[in-house]
Design a binder for this molecule. Structure first.
Ligand code: WT7
Length: 635
C-alpha cells in the first residue's frame, strides 16, 4: 500500500513532465529543447541541453557555500583515514583533469579505471567527466584477462590504477595485473599509478608509458610541465553525450559495455538517491558499501550522493578485517544514518552472530537499503530488527547496470513494506509482469518488463549495436525485457524470483555461466563444460561446473578440480570461481545437442528433475547424480 503523497499520481498522469521537473533540479549550461524523443528502442532525453556532471557534483555545491561540507569520510582497510570536503574534491578533480589533458586525453576518449575503493577513484571518474572523456571502471577483483578484454572493448587510451589495494589484510597487486593485461595486447598511451600500498608491493614502471599519480600532480613528471592548475574549465556536454561505459555479463561469453549518457542518468540517480533514501543532505551520513566497480557504486556511491551534496563514507576493505565487527565500528565512528548494501552481506552478518553489531552504538541509523539480489524475509527482518533497531524503514531496491538507477523500491514513510518484496515501481517508471506472450499478469508469476523509457536507461551496448535491440527489446514486443522472473501478489506487490536466463547472481554479482564455460573449455584437459548457478544460503547462488575431460588427459582428480577452479579465478576473477567442480563422462543434452542446464541445476541442488523426455540419453543423468552426491560430501 502506498500512502497518497501525490507524487505517484502526478508522475502517472504525466511521466515525461515529471522527469522534466526532476531534470530541473540540475544545473544546465543550456536548457533542453525536447524532454524525450522516443523511437523504440532509442531514447533521447533532454536533447539540446548541455551540462557537465562534475559541475553538478562539485562546483555548484562549492558555489552555494557548501565547500566545507565533507564529501567523503574515507577509511582504508588498515585503518588510515582521510576527510575530503567538496572544496577539496573540486580541486583534486580539476588538477587530475588537467593531468589527463596533459596526457593527451580529449573529449570522447575512453579511460579505464582499475582502482581500489580509495578517493582517487571518484576523483578520476569526475576528472574524466569534467573534460568529456568516458570512464570505463573495471572492478579491481577482476583478473588481468578480464581487464584486458574490457580495455580492448572500450578502446581505452589511458589506464589509471594503483600499485595495489588492501583486501583482507593483504596487498592485492593491481599494477602488476595491468602490466599483464597490456602485455602484447591493447596499445595504451599511458598508465597512471596511485601509490596506495607502497613498500608492500614491488612495482615495475615502464618508461614512457607509466607515471606516478603523485609525481604528475606535483609536476615532477617530465610528461607535464610543472604542477597542473587547480582550475579546469568544464566541457559543455550534450545531454546525450556518453558519460561512462560499464561492462556487465549477459548470456554470451562476451561482456557488454553498457552505455550511459549524461543528462538523463544524472537526473534519475539524483532523484532516486533523494527519494528512496529520504535524503537529508545537511545532516545525513550515508554509506553505500558496494564497490564502485559495479553500477551500484557508480550511481549510489559517486554520482547520486555527490549530485545531492551528501556526505558519504568510503571504505576500502573487507567486512571481517581486523574483526567481524568492522562495518559496525565504521557505522558508529562516523554516525552513519543511511546504509545501503547487499543481502549476501546481511546474511553473512546474520551467520556471524548478533554480538558483533550489539557491541556498537548503531542508533544513528535511520534508513536501510538492500540491493543486488532477492532478499529473503528472514534476512530482511534481521536487518530491520537487529541492525535497524526496529525503527528504520528497509528499502529493497530493484534495478540493473542497464537501468542506471533504481526503478522498483518502496519510499520510506510512504510505502507499506512486506519483508522480501521490492513493493512497487517508483514514480515515473512503468513496470509490468507479463507472461510468455507479453500479456500482463494480474496475480501470479511472469517476467518483469518495463513499459516506458526512463531517463537513466542504457543507450546501447558499446561496439555491439545489433545486440541492444535483440537482447532487451525483441523478446517481448514493445517492452524492455529485464531477464528477471517476478511474482505479483493479490495486493499488487512485486516479488523478484531471480534470473530466467543463464546468468547467475553470486553474492550480488551478475556472472555469465557461458563466460565461465568458455574459460573452462580453454583449459587443455577440458573437453566440454556446463556451468549452472545453484541456490546457496549465503551468496544467493553459487557456481557449479560440470566438466568432461579430453581423452588422454588422465583421470579426474581432486587436484585437477582445484586447478580448474584456479584457472577460472585466474582468467576472470575470484567472483567467478566455481564452488564445486563435478567431473562426468557425458553431459545431458537434448536430441538436438543443447546442454540441459535446467537438469544439471536440479541435480546439483538435489531436486527432482522435472520433464526429461527430451533428453537424448536419460541414463547420463543418473551417473551425474551419483557424482554430484559424492562431490557434496567432500569438505
Ligand atoms: C540483476 C542486475 C542493481 C545493482 C546491482 C546489480 C538482480 C538487483 C535486486 C533486488 C532481486 C535484484 C536482478 C537484476 N537484482 N537488485 N532488489 N531484488 N534481484 O546490478 O549486476 O546489473 O544485476 O541483479 O536479477 O537483473 P547488475
Amino acid at each position: 500500500m502506498v500512502a497518497d503523497t501525490g507524487i505517484y499520481v502526478r508522475a502517472a498522469d504525466d511521466p515525461v513532465g515529471f522527469w522534466a521537473e526532476q531534470a530541473g533540479a540540475l544545473d544546465w549550461f543550456r536548457p533542453w529543447e525536447t524532454v524525450l524523443e522516443w523511437d523504440l528502442p532509442f531514447a533521447r532525453w533532454f536533447d539540446g541541453g548541455t551540462l557537465n556532471a562534475s559541475v553538478n557534483c562539485l562546483d555548484r555545491h562549492v558555489a552555494a557555500g557548501r565547500g566545507d561540507r565533507v564529501a567523503f569520510h574515507f577509511e582504508g582497510e588498515p585503518g588510515d583515514t582521510r576527510t575530503v570536503t567538496y572544496a577539496d574534491l573540486l580541486t583534486e578533480v580539476s588538477r587530475f583533469a588537467n593531468v589527463l589533458l596533459g596526457l593527451g586525453v580529449r573529449r570522447e576518449d575512453r579511460v579505464a579505471l582499475y582502482l581500489p575503493m580509495i578517493p582517487e577513484l571518484p576523483v578520476a571518474m569526475l576528472a574524466c567527466a569534467r573534460i568529456g572523456a568516458v570512464h570505463a571502471v573495471v572492478f579491481s577483483g577482476f583478473s588481468p584477462g578480464a581487464l584486458r578484454e574490457r580495455i580492448e572493448d572500450a578502446g581505452a587510451r589511458v589506464v589509471v590504477t594503483a600499485d595495489g589495494g588492501w583486501h583482507g589484510g593483504e596487498a592485492v597487486a593491481l599494477k602488476a595485473n595491468v602490466d599483464q593485461a597490456l602485455a602484447g595486447g591493447p596499445p595504451v598511451d599511458a598508465v597512471v599509478v596511485v601509490r596506495r600500498v607502497g613498500r608492500a608491493l614491488p612495482v615495475v614502471m615502464v618508461a614512457g608509458r607509466d607515471h606516478w599519480w603523485d609525481e604528475l600532480l606535483r609536476g615532477d613528471d617530465p610528461m607535464v610541465g610543472g604542477p597542473p592548475s587547480e582550475v579546469c574549465e568544464p566541457e559543455r556536454m550534450g545531454s546525450e553525450d556518453l558519460l561512462f561505459l560499464l561492462h556487465t555479463s549477459g548470456t554470451t561469453d562476451r561482456p557488454k559495455g553498457i552505455m550511459h549518457t549524461t543528462g538523463g542518468y544524472l537526473t534519475q540517480v539524483a532523484f532516486t538517491h533523494r527519494a528512496v533514501f529520504d535524503l537529508r543532505p545537511d545532516t545525513d551520513v550515508y554509506w553505500c558499501a558496494a564497490d564502485i566497480g559495479w553500477i551500484t557504486g557508480h550511481s549510489y556511491a559517486v554520482y547520486g550522493p555527490l549530485a545531492n551534496g551528501a556526505t558519504s563514507v568510503l571504505y576500502e576493505g573487507v567486512a571481517d578485517h581486523p574483526a567481524r565487527d568492522r562495518w559496525w565500528s565504521v557505522v558508529e565512528r562516523y554516525g552513519v544514518t543511511i546504509l545501503y548494501c547487499a543481502p549476501t552481506a546481511i546474511r553473512t552478518f546474520m551467520a556471524w552472530g548478533d554480538h558483533f553489531p550489539a557491541g556498537h552504538d548503531l542508533s544513528s541509523l535511520r534508513v536501510l537499503g538492500s540491493v543486488g539480489e532477492p532478499i529473503n524475509p528472514e534476512a530482511w527482518l534481521w536487518y530491520a530488527g537487529v541492525i535497524g533497531g526496529g525503527r528504520c524503514p528497509v528499502v529493497d531496491t530493484w534495478w540493473q547496470t542497464e537501468t542506471g538507477a533504481i526503478l522498483v523500491s518502496p519510499l520510506p514513510g510512504v510505502t507499506t513494506t512486506k519483508p522480501g518484496s521490492v513493493t512497487f515501481a517508483l514514480p515515473g517508471i512503468g513496470a509490468e509482469v507479463v507472461d510468455d506472450h507479453g500479456r500482463p499478469v494480474d496475480v501470479g508469476n511472469g517476467y518483469l518488463t518495463l513499459t516506458r523509457p526512463w531517463p537513466a536507461m542504457l543507450r546501447g551496448i558499446y561496439g555491439q549495436p545489433e545486440h541492444y535491440r535483440q537482447t532487451y527489446w525483441d523478446r517481448l514486443e514493445g517492452r524492455y525485457f529485464t531477464g528477471d522472473g517476478a511474482r505479483v501478489d493479490e495486493e499488487g506487490y512485486l516479488w523478484l524470483l531471480g534470473r530466467v536466463d543463464d546468468v547467475m547472481n553470486v553474492a550480488g554479482h551478475r556472472i555469465s555461466g557461458i563466460e565461465i564455460e568458455s574459460s573452462l573449455a580453454d583449459h587443455p584437459s577440458v573437453a566440454e563444460a556446463a556451468v549452472v548457478g545453484v541456490s546457496d544460503p549465503t551468496s544467493g547462488q553459487a557456481v557449479v561446473a560440470f566438466v568432461t575431460l579430453r581423452s588422454g588427459s588422465g583421470p579426474p582428480t581432486e587436484a585437477l578440480g582445484v586447478e580448474l577452479q584456479d584457472h577460472v579465478s585466474g582468467q576472470i576473477g575470484a567472483i567467478a570461481r566455481p564452488r564445486t567442480v563435478i567431473f562426468t563422462d557425458e553431459l545431458p543434452t537434448t536430441r538436438s545437442g543443447t546442454i540441459m542446464r535446467r537438469v544439471l541445476r536440479a541435480v546439483a541442488e538435489g531436486r527432482p528433475l522435472g520433464d526429461t523426455t527430451t533428453l537424448s540419453d536419460p541414463s547420463v543423468v543418473e551417473e551425474i547424480r551419483v557424482r554430484a552426491r559424492a562431490a557434496a560430501r567432500e569438505p
